[in-house]
Design a protein around this ligand. Structure first.
Ligand code: HEM
Length: 328
């Protein structure tokens, strides 16, 4: 079959719709690169489900078995963990670029809010994924979630061990990690894409390109992200600590949670609860406070930049600070 025969049968001409030429720049491709990292995350996760055992007594041993007896699966586990980190770095780069160019302004407020929910889900996936390892870090992360969720009323019930008498909490976290959250994430990504397709991106300028011409550099950059993650996984294996023992607090969380850990170091449980409220609360109000010609536009931009600097500073501080005991 010729190329044009394939094009007509798969309706690929539909990808030739016009977009602003400026959208061909890297800062307009960071969302697509986040998606590339998420696809890698999903594919490697599917492989891991075939070897991981979510029963409380076997979970840790099954990860240990992957590391010691299955070199290829162990490598894919490393790729899984690194693509999770890459998703976090890329999504923050994407959200910062969108924030700075004010891509959330009318009519894209809903697009921004769908992104805020995507970010929350990504943190949910990171948390549930950590718990699955059932090592010391996992048990401590779970203990923090149980302590924190006690303050959240009915919203926190899912994280309470007593929520279900017939299913252990690790099996419920597994269900969230491999089905509930990925389904919600896929639905939200679809909504995000629908809105981008129909509202267009905020790039200005007369020059026109087509989306198909945008796909080529985007695919090349996406392959580059996959190659970097695959190469780093070769030299940067993911740790597994000893089986978790409840009642001890000796580890720190993985780096995407260090800003929350820093707040907990400084202000205890209220700090741990407040830090995400500040970040997500700020992100939620951005399209309301920064409007065309609005009085708070400059203040919103300054607050966003300050928050990003604080976030990075908190991660660095928590990285170098010694581990602290919070719950005992
Ligand atoms: C899981 C994560 C996400 C994926 C896969 C994703 C994907 C994308 C893609 C492919 C675009 C098209 C242009 C571009 O890349 O800039 C885009 C645009 C956009 N995204 Fe995301 N995104 C994600 C998370 C977020 C987050 C966390 C936010 C904000 C809190 C956000 C807000 C927006 C907005 C407002 C636009 C339109 C930007 C403009 O027109 O200037 N996205 N997203």
């Amino acid at each position: 079959m010729t190329q044009s025969a394939i094009t007509s049968r798969l309706a690929l001409d539909a990808l030739d719709y016009p977009i602003p030429a400026r959208a061909n720049r890297l800062d307009f491709m960071l969302g697509a690169l986040t998606l590339a990292a998420l696809v890698l995350l999903a594919l490697t996760g599917i492989v891991l489900t075939q070897f991981y055992n979510p029963s409380p007594l076997d979970a840790h041993a099954s990860v240990q078995a992957i590391i010691t007896a299955m070199p290829l699966v162990s490598y894919l586990r490393d790729v899984h963990a690194l693509s999770a980190s890459a998703s976090v770095v890329l999504v923050f780069a994407h959200l910062s670029a969108v924030f700075w160019r004010r891509g959330f302004r009318n009519p894209r407020e809903g697009l921004w809010w769908s992104g805020v929910l995507l970010l929350a889900l990504l943190f949910g996936l990171l948390f549930t994924g950590t718990v699955l390892r059932s090592d010391q870090e996992a048990i401590e992360a779970l203990a923090h979630a149980i302590a924190g969720s006690a303050y959240m009323g009915p919203l926190g019930a899912l994280f309470q061990p007593g929520f279900s008498n017939s299913s252990p909490i690790i099996a419920r976290m597994y269900a969230m990690h491999v089905s509930i959250m990925p389904i919600l994430l896929a639905g939200l990504v679809a909504l995000h894409m629908w809105l981008i397709r129909h509202l267009g991106v905020s790039a200005t300028g007369e020059a026109r390109a087509t989306f198909s011409s945008h796909l080529r550099p985007m695919s090349a950059f996406s392959l580059f992200v996959v190659a970097i993650v695959a190469a780093l996984a070769l030299i940067w294996p993911t740790s597994l600590l000893a089986p978790g023992v409840a009642g001890f607090e000796v580890t720190k969380p993985s780096w995407p949670f260090l800003w929350i850990y820093a707040a907990e170091n400084l202000a205890g449980m209220p700090g741990m609860m407040l830090a995400p409220v500040v970040l997500f609360g700020f992100l939620a109000i951005v399209p309301l406070t920064d409007r065309e010609g609005g009085k708070l536009a400059g203040a919103t931009r300054a607050a966003g930049a300050t928050l990003l600097v604080l976030l990075v500073a908190a991660i660095v501080y928590a990285w170098v600070a010694p581990a602290q005991v919070h719950l005992m």
